[in-house]
Design a protein around this ligand. Structure first.
Ligand SMILES: NC(=O)c1ccc[n+]([C@@H]2O[C@H](COP(=O)([O-])OP(=O)(O)OC[C@H]3O[C@@H](n4cnc5c(N)ncnc54)[C@H](OP(=O)(O)O)[C@@H]3O)[C@@H](O)[C@H]2O)c1
Length: 513
């Protein structure tokens, strides 16, 4: 491939490329956002990689992994750059070096027979586990299965092949409700205590058994939609009890502990990204898939469904472009391949080195939407007329519960906020309340994620690899990124054209025919 040749000039002096030469890497979660960017970067920038194995579960349309890969992954715009620069090279890579495995990461041996599982383990040098349920309010049983217990199956793969380097994609938010500076180390729960081993990790077996008992109890008492809701509530309740805001982050923390114990003395690298957003540069500036965490709020604002949100304007909101995350994963894995047998934790974030506050974040987005809303036609249907106001939780709850208060009081609170006496936005109360319930914790941060270890790793890797696999969030100019890259990326990649436009053009095409 052309880009491969371009990188060849550097290959001899790149330690990362040297480490990956001939290596075979299994990746889970490539039907998702981050997994795709990791896969694309490995294909484009690591020319001598031995092979990439993708564990993909079948679905109704595509019972086998290869057909799901060809339909849902290979067609993604994430590969536009590769496909355009070298179409034959792209096809050849898919044919010769992408190996699709139909399997379920949550099942013992991925649902493969023991021989096939053993053969797979023996063929691999490394595994990148990116599959997860990122639904903050997932039913507890589902979250526990995919974010925690399935790591037993990853650990089993490593037991079958003791040389295997395991990289677990976690999240900075395993920090839960701890405040202050968060370093790249094992996180102590902020709530009820959990026993800790002298080896550093927490002993979670007893707690997992307790959670399973509670799940079984709820299951025995409810069914259907009510059961689902009860399992969601149970997850949030248990998460809160031990010091997390939601089921997702709680079960991801449990997953870290499980792996640290199961792979004690073996190669394990935990990479914790913060909130992953559109690409800074690669494969294309602004590339993103779907509407992510912060974008749900941006979208609700653009569509004028939300103008008020609980948040701390002075809090540092930690956003990291997806390409920097993919590079961190590759850099950290190269280190694990070079120096096996160690456990490492890296955070991939911006707060510690290039902070942006929630207030600045909102102001950039509002300035852009005011000045250029028409350029983002999938995002804004017209110029938003109301400002987006972040207020503290108590005031937010007071205003929101205002529907049940005499209107005069609500009116007074609104005046305090400078919103006059216009109550029209209360119509969108439901959207506001549900977004606030899901994301409210993330918009009032009182913690700073540090990435000193990741930056030290980048320095150790040398100038060539720093250039090939940049991870440093100090490269982000927030005004340019949020206004010109992220909003444009959301508009181009994450959002479809408005239905009325599509209908109109269909009609025009019919008329023209
Ligand atoms: N997005 C963020 O802002 C963010 C921030 C910090 C950390 N992370 C971490 O980054 C990783 C990737 O996140 P993402 O944003 O790429 O997520 P995503 O787009 O939602 O993709 C999730 C992936 O996990 C797979 N998956 C989910 N449930 C599964 C199950 N029960 N069995 C098998 N596979 C399952 C999905 O496969 P199917 O298509 O088969 O469902 C999909 O490939 C996760 O580990 C997440 O915790 C994400």
């Amino acid at each position: 491939m052309a880009t491969r040749q371009a990188h060849h000039a550097d290959a001899s002096s790149s330690r990362v490329l040297g480490q990956f030469r001939g290596k075979r890497v299994l990746i889970t979660g490539t039907t998702g956002f981050l997994g795709k960017v990791v896969l694309e970067k490995l294909m484009r920038a690591v020319p001598d990689i031995g092979g990439i194995y993708l564990l993909i579960r079948g679905n109704k349309r595509h019972p086998d992994a290869r057909s799901r890969f060809l339909d849902e992954i290979a067609t993604s715009s994430v590969f536009d750059r590769l496909r355009e620069s070298d179409p034959e090279g792209f096809d050849a890579f898919l044919d010769e070096r992408i190996h699709c495995i139909t399997g379920e990461v949550t099942e013992p041996a991925f649902g493969l027979d023991s021989v096939a599982f053993g053969k797979l383990a023996a063929e691999l040098d490394a595994v990148i586990n990116s599959a997860a349920s990122v639904n903050f309010r997932e039913e507890l049983d589902k979250a526990l299965t995919i974010n925690t217990l399935c790591l037993n199956n990853i650990a089993e793969l490593a037991r079958r092949n003791p040389q295997l380097a395991v990289l677990q994609v976690s999240t900075c938010y395993v920090n839960g409700m701890n405040s202050g500076q968060v370093t790249e180390s094992v996180i102590k729960p902020a709530g009820e205590s959990i026993p800790r081993s002298s080896r550093g990790y927490y002993e979670i077996e007893e707690l997992v058994r307790l959670l399973e008992d509670k799940i079984a109890d709820v299951r025995s008492r409810y069914s259907g939609k009510v059961l689902e809701k009860k399992l969601v509530d149970l997850g949030i309740r248990e998460a809160n009890r031990y010091g997390w805001s939601d089921t997702y982050t709680f079960t991801k923390w449990l997953g870290e502990q499980l792996l640290m114990k199961a792979l004690d003395g073996r190669s394990l690298t935990i990479v914790r990204p913060s909130i992953i957003e559109s690409a800074l540069e690669e494969p294309a500036a602004g590339w993103i898939e779907g509407v992510k965490v912060a974008d749900a709020i941006i979208l609700a604002y653009a569509r004028e469904k939300v103008t008020l949100f609980p948040g701390k304007r002075s809090g540092v909101i930690d956003v990291i472009p997806v390409d920097l995350v993919a590079n961190s994963i590759i850099l950290a894995l190269a280190e694990a391949l070079a120096e096996p047998g160690k456990q490492r934790i890296y955070q991939c974030c911006s707060g510690g080195s290039n902070p942006i506050t929630l207030g600045e974040f909102i102001d950039h987005l509002m300035a852009e939407s005011k000045a250029n809303y028409a350029a983002y036609d999938h995002l804004f249907y017209r110029q938003p007329t109301k400002p987006f106001v972040a207020v503290n939780r108590a005031l937010f709850d007071l205003v929101i519960s205002g529907v049940r208060l005499p209107l005069s009081i609500t009116d007074r609170v609104l005046k305090l906020l400078g919103n006059g006496s216009d109550l029209k936005w209360l119509r969108n109360l439901d959207t506001t309340q549900s977004l606030a319930a899901i994301f409210g914790f993330y918009t009032a941060p009182d913690y700073i994620f540090r990435n000193d270890e990741l930056l030290a790793l980048a320095s150790r890797s040398g100038e060539v690899d720093k250039g090939l696999f940049p991870v440093d969030a100090r490269a982000i100019d927030w005004e340019v990124y949020l206004r010109k890259i992220h909003l444009a990326g959301l508009n181009r990649y994450a959002l479809k054209a408005r239905k009325v436009y599509r209908l109109k053009s269909l009609r025009q095409r019919k008329q023209a025919a």
